[in-house]
Design a binder for this molecule. Structure first.
Ligand code: HEC
Length: 112
């Protein structure tokens, strides 16, 4: 029965890996549909809108160190204001809290 226990463990592990990969793929899809028009697919913000907004380059260590995961969550959910209290990044609409949480590890992968 030892062999069978191994098989069950292996199946459980595979199921876990598949779920993780599916979540990553969804986070990436959300990034592309909700964030990339400003931030660019690679996070560098080299899009028309990103350039106009002088968007921070999310592929750099320096910018990534400016916010914690909790702050990123808040920025995405509530938006961000600049020093003059002007909205610099609007709150992102159409994502659930869960989807926002899932996007944050994806943002971290954009760091070079
Ligand atoms: C309408 C354009 C736009 C969209 C869409 C957008 N952002 Fe932003 N984002 C900005 C701008 C502009 C800033 C810089 C704001 C600042 O520094 O004052 C910013 C800043 C950020 C920051 C903080 C970087 C820093 O400088 O502290 C994070 C994290 C971030 N965005 C994540 C996201 C995620 C994730 C999405 C999609 C769910 C998203 N953004 C969608 C324009 C956008």
């Amino acid at each position: 029965m030892k062999f069978r226990a191994h098989l069950i463990a292996l199946a459980a592990l595979l199921a876990l890996l598949t779920t993780a990969t599916a979540a990553d793929a969804k986070a990436k899809a959300n990034w592309i549909s909700h964030c990339a028009k400003c931030h660019g697919e690679n996070g560098r913000g080299e899009t028309k809108q990103g350039k106009q907004m002088k968007i921070p380059d999310l592929s750099t260590k320096q910018i990534q160190s400016l916010f914690t995961d909790e702050q990123a969550f808040k920025i995405i959910k509530e938006g961000l204001r600049d020093d003059t209290d002007k909205v610099s990044m609007k709150a992102v609409e159409g994502l659930s809290d869960e989807e926002i949480r899932a996007i944050i590890p994806y943002i971290r992968t954009l760091k070079k």
